[in-house]
Write a protein that binds this ligand. Structure first.
Ligand SMILES: NC(=O)c1ccc[n+]([C@@H]2O[C@H](COP(=O)([O-])OP(=O)(O)OC[C@H]3O[C@@H](n4cnc5c(N)ncnc54)[C@H](O)[C@@H]3O)[C@@H](O)[C@H]2O)c1
Length: 375
């Protein structure tokens, strides 16, 4: 009998491929069930990965019939909480849910609760924690290679929840999971802009303060330069981090940039190029999840305890704009503050008419996502 972990996937669109590939690349899982509203989405996965899991257009039927060890939640953000809670009720060993963890802090807390009461391990897929360049940057910072971190700068787009939840998570990872204690920021929202059915701003800026004294500065939809990674300034040097490499400049490097392109546990950057980021992070995340499930490690870098903090930091920018204040973390407002601002008329769109910048992902005649329960 196979000793592999049996996986069920809910939502078989673009990021589901990353989950499936990661599970297969790491060699410790088999994919037993796929669930999607659209049969062609599931067929695409079978073809792409030469797998033959059973297909379900009802995800609850997949959960009940397959009883997977691991459930991947790969629907749009608005469905993360509903599907995590539904999956937790079937008591798999672990759930790996996509980021942003939820559309509100309140729903994210319910996900944690549902998993706790059913004894299920919950991870959030901020997979860049598993990139060797990110981990090298974290280690160099921890060893004092650039002195005390003073500022981390990053540049984002496409709304804070989607793109910048990776960056708020990255700040904490780079700082050894230091806690963010306050956030100040602002948003502009003149158009009725959505991203995967989640209301987003036209542009935003945020400042994040950490217990160590470090600051992070985030500009979103404000500059032509947008990338995952960061410029990290310390009291004794700098790191320029991307998803594939880092450059270090310090007294020890003689004041010149020193390039590091670390290979991963599974793949080499030179062999995969642009694909490296996705393949390595996917496989390494899956391997670490298996270790956590099987009790080989006590902690998982991608645990929901970190994922929820990344969400708090994003929503704190909205809360700062709503309350005109420096927001202390953890947030106490459990609704999405951007929704509160818009729904109360405080931030009514000057140019009405909703549009979704990810509508191109929808299939068939659909121009809007399903209800929250089904998205
Ligand atoms: N970690 C990352 O780097 C990363 C990258 C891309 C996307 N994401 C996240 O992944 C999530 C999904 O994004 P995507 O780009 O894959 O979207 P997508 O639209 O390509 O895929 C979503 C899939 O969910 C299916 N679905 C919707 N309702 C369903 C239901 N009730 N039951 C079963 N299936 C259902 C849709 O039919 C679709 O195939 C988002 O939350 C996004 O933020 C993360």
């Amino acid at each position: 009998m196979s000793t592999k972990l049996r996986v069920g996937v809910i939502g078989c669109g673009s990021i589901a491929s990353n989950h499936i590939r990661g599970y297969l690349d790491c060699g410790r899982y088999e994919i037993v069930g796929l669930a999607d509203l659209e049969e062609p989405a599931m067929v695409e996965k079978d073809t792409a990965f030469s797998i033959a899991p059973r297909h379900y257009t009802d995800a609850r039927a997949m959960l009940a019939q397959e009883r997977p060890d691991v459930v991947s939640i790969c629907t749009w953000h608005t469905g993360h909480a509903s599907w995590t809670i539904a999956a937790a009720a079937q008591r798999p060993r672990a759930i790996l849910c996509e980021k942003p963890m939820a559309d509100t802090i309140g729903r994210a807390e319910q996900m944690v609760l549902a998993c706790q009461r059913n004894g299920v391990k919950l991870g959030i897929s901020h997979q860049r924690r598993f990139l060797p360049a990110y981990t090298l940057a974290r280690d160099l910072i921890g060893q004092g290679a650039i002195g005390n971190v003073q500022t981390i700068q990053s540049f984002a787009a496409d709304g804070l929840p989607n793109y910048s939840s990776h960056q708020t998570d990255m700040y904490r990872y780079l700082l050894g999971d230091d806690e963010c204690d306050w956030v100040i920021g602002n948003v502009e929202r003149k158009t009725d802009r959505y991203e995967r059915a989640t209301r987003i701003e036209d542009c935003a800026a945020g400042v994040f303060h950490f217990c160590s004294g470090a600051l992070a500065l985030l500009l979103s939809d404000l500059t032509p330069t947008v990338y995952q990674g960061a410029l990290i300034y310390g009291s004794d040097g700098m790191i320029n981090l991307t998803t594939r490499s880092l450059q270090l400049l310090s007294r020890a490097t003689g004041g010149s940039w020193q390039l590091h392109e670390p290979d991963g546990a599974f793949y080499k950057l030179a062999d995969l190029g642009d694909e490296f980021e996705w393949r390595e992070a996917g496989a390494a995340q899956a391997a670490a999840l298996a270790d956590w499930i099987e009790g080989r490690t006590e902690h998982f870098r991608g645990a929901a305890t970190n994922g929820i903090k990344a969400l708090h930091m994003v929503h704190a920018v909205y809360e700062s704009a709503r309350m005109h204040e420096k927001v202390l973390l953890p947030m106490q407002t459990r609704q999405n503050p951007l929704d509160l601002m818009v729904d109360s008329g405080h931030l009514a769109p000057a140019r009405p008419g909703p549009y979704d910048i990810r509508a191109f992902l929808l299939r068939g005649e659909r121009m809007a996502s399903d209800s929250e329960e089904n998205s």
